[in-house]
Design a binder for this molecule. Structure first.
Ligand code: ZN
Ligand code: ZN
Length: 731
């Protein structure tokens, strides 16, 4: 009995203890939560009230050239000024039980956590409007479970503080709707050029559909996709019975007129700015960039940028077989990107063809190959023979059989030049010799050197790498050429000099890095001279201006890309033309439009800004060299040019292909053949020939038969000769 009572008492005590401690924990938790809630609400109100700031981009002279407007207060719309169509469209597609839940939807949360655990998948669609508002204002967009729990508690906090309608109003003014549009009023003005209070049901469904994937469903990139998404929203409205069948049908068949966004006043250098913007968004988040009031000091040279844009615009007015153009100018001394054009119209396409597109550079890549050749000990005077050169490669197929692959490079002209020097091969952009050079030095050294130049190419593409089959961006290609203009030293491209917040606090600042010595000064000097020959006498002649210029043309297989990169000592500029869909161009090559764009741009610059003369390298001395034999030129060499030769390595031999002809024979002046006994003495002359090039047949004009004939009609013959002579004198 006693023990039973005791045990009963024990049980009761235990129960009381449990209840008490539960109450204690609950009150602690409640206390903590209210403290937490007060913090959340305070922060939320502060963010809500904060004057939204513009992000401003400055050029290298500290002048603003581009402003990204924050959410302006006048665009903030109270709920009565947002059409009911839009309100219910957004609620229907994003959170149909919005008015019933308390900030979170237990069923959706559970499934979201489950999905996160299982696939680490995206949890979009699981969030209520309140949770999304928390994400838009209070949290960074990380997707972790602890983040999810925090978001949930914050959502509850907001629900306790604000009414449903207030939360909806905040949300509709905050939500991101693509193309830098925050809030429904901005979006309505942007896509339909009307206020959010005047939207039709069809337009409302269109905007509501954008929330899930603002850029993905953008009508600017794919109108069909955007339309399909709009119908999804309308169907959802119909399923919920929030619209009638009649309203649904009318909305689906309503013709929607999508408008282009309005450009703001300061929107210069859109592609340049957007390139920086993408980096800033990653570093500082959307909110800092759009409305956070960043001050971004860049390397942009406004004059050069405008001139580049004008040069391109002018060319676009003429007949053309290409849709897109890109251009970049870099200061080789420090890597500052001074001008950048990523396409013909940023409002039509934000894809940056200067930085994001990777395409085949064709022969514009050859300077990297030739530079590698110099580092492997080859000389500009080394001779290669341009003749049909097939390369065979045995590959083992899956079925154990062997396949013989034959690669035989051809020249652009489809002709062969015979023996030529390495320098001359680069000047005329000879393909066969370029592949021979790569075959000689090996693919790995080329891949390694290219990487040092900032160009990553996969080695397995094989010998075609010599001809630029490895893809690269214009930015990387142009920056690679800065090495030649900068005595072999390479800087990384620089866009940003300084970023501050709106109070002037420095968030990041450019510090000059030590440039990487990619080529020795001597090798760089030799490359420089060879690339000047390309512009002076070779494929880049269209880019010739009133000072020393180095450069190289490039045309990819099938006329899909045409490039020219040219430089003076102070400025490296490259242009690319082509089509986004890779459609071949009509007869366009690097030496045409791209080289002409380059020249047109340079000629617009004041003479003082076109660049100084390249310096002289004391280790070298110029010699006139035969481009065929690579030895000292003789008066009989048909193709010769000045080569810088390293002192001590001067040529001691004269050209042995075009030396003085040493075979002296008597020929007939009239026929050009060997003189015979019938040739008149006054027609016979002594002439020098290279052995093997002398005529071998006897004169076929002064023959035995003719000799006899002439003797019979000597008088006649003399008369006719005389009359001929007279006529000649008269005329
Ligand atoms: Zn010669
Ligand atoms: Zn003769």
């Amino acid at each position: 009995m006693q023990s039973r009572r005791a045990s009963n008492t024990g049980k009761t005590r235990f129960r009381i203890l449990i209840v008490l401690s539960s109450l204690l924990i609950l009150s602690i938790l409640t206390g903590w939560f209210f403290h937490f809630k007060a913090g959340v609400v305070e922060k939320f109100i502060k963010i809500q009230a904060a004057q939204s700031n513009n992000t401003i981009f400055y050029d290298i002279k500290n002048q603003p050239f581009h402003i990204i407007r924050g959410q302006e207060d006048r665009k903030y719309k109270k709920l009565p000024y947002i059409h009911g169509n839009l309100q219910k469209s957004v609620i229907a597609i994003e959170d149909s039980r919005f008015f019933k839940h308390f900030g979170f939807d237990p069923i959706r949360i559970t499934s979201a956590i489950f999905r996160l655990l299982k696939w680490n998948a995206s949890v979009h669609g699981a969030s209520t409007i309140t949770q999304q508002l928390v994400k838009l204002t209070l949290l960074t967009p990380e997707r972790t479970i602890s983040r999810k729990v925090k978001e949930l508690l914050m959502a509850v906090a907001l629900e306790m503080e604000f009414s449903k309608k207030q939360i909806l109003e905040y949300y509709l003014n905050k939500v991101y709707l693509g193309h830098r549009n925050y809030g429904v009023e901005n979006a309505a003005l942007n896509y339909f050029h009307k206020s959010a209070r005047n939207l039709t049901l069809a337009e409302s469904a269109f905007i509501a559909g954008l929330i899930k994937k603002p850029e993905g469903y953008s009508p600017y990139s794919d109108l069909n996709k955007a339309r399909k998404r709009q119908v999804v929203v309308l169907k959802r409205l119909r399923t919920l019975n929030w619209i009638s069948v009649k309203e649904y049908n009318e909305a689906v068949s309503e013709k929607i007129l999508i408008r282009r966004r309005r450009e703001s006043d300061l929107r210069m250098a859109a592609y340049f700015t957007n390139h920086i913007l993408l980096q800033l968004k990653q570093k500082y988040g959307h909110r800092s960039v759009y409305g956070g009031g960043l001050r971004v000091y860049t390397t942009l040279d406004r004059d050069l940028q405008q001139k580049m844009e004008q040069t391109i615009a002018k060319r676009l007015q003429a007949p053309k077989s290409f849709e897109q153009v890109a251009g970049i100018s870099i200061d080789p001394q420090n890597g500052f990107v001074k001008a950048l054009v990523g396409g013909v119209d940023f409002s039509q396409s934000e894809f940056n063809r200067a930085t994001q597109a990777r395409r085949q550079p064709g022969s514009a890549f050859k300077p990297i190959l030739y530079a590698t050749a110099l580092t492997r000990g080859l000389l500009p005077t080394d001779v290669f023979i341009d003749e049909p050169t097939p390369y065979t490669n045995l590959t083992l197929l899956e079925n154990e059989e062997e396949e013989l692959e034959v690669y035989e490079p051809t020249n652009f002209s489809n002709e062969h030049l015979g023996p030529i020097t390495l320098s001359y091969a680069l000047r005329v952009s000879n393909n066969v010799v370029s592949v021979q050079i790569l075959d000689k030095i090996g693919i790995s050294p080329l891949v390694r050197t290219a990487r040092r130049f900032g160009i990553n190419i996969p080695g397995q593409q094989g010998l075609c790498l010599a001809l630029g089959c490895g893809e690269t961006s214009l930015l990387n290609l142009v920056n690679a050429y800065t090495v030649f203009a900068n005595q072999g030293k390479k800087n990384e491209p620089v866009f940003i000099l300084r970023v501050t917040d709106s109070t002037g606090k420095i968030l990041e600042e450019y510090k000059p890095q030590k440039a990487l010595q990619v080529l020795s000064e001597d090798q760089s000097y030799q490359m420089n001279r060879m690339l000047q020959n390309v512009v002076n006498y070779g494929t880049g002649r269209a880019a010739k201006i009133d000072r020393e210029v180095g450069g190289k043309t490039g045309t990819s297989d099938g006329y899909r890309d045409a490039w020219f990169v040219g430089y003076t000592s102070d400025l490296v500029t490259g242009f690319w033309i082509g089509n986004d869909d890779n459609k071949p161009m009509d007869g366009e090559v690097g030496g045409r439009t791209p080289a002409r764009l380059w020249k047109a741009l340079m000629q617009q610059l004041p003479k003082s800004e076109r660049g100084q003369e390249f310096g002289i390298n004391e280790n070298f001395e110029d010699f006139e060299i035969c481009d065929t034999s690579g030895k000292a030129a003789t008066p009989w060499c048909p193709q010769k040019s000045w080569y810088p030769l390293k002192k001590g390595l001067e040529p001691i031999e004269f050209c042995d292909v075009h030396n003085e002809p040493n075979l002296e024979i008597q020929i007939c002046r009239v026929s050009g053949l060997l003189a015979s006994q019938y040739c008149p003495i006054e027609d016979i002359e002594s002439k020098k020939f290279y052995e093997g090039t002398e005529p071998t047949a006897f004169c076929n004009i002064h023959t035995a038969e003719q000799h006899l004939q002439n003797n019979y009609s000597e008088e006649e013959h003399q008369q006719s000769t005389n009359s001929n002579y007279l006529e000649m004198e008269i005329y």
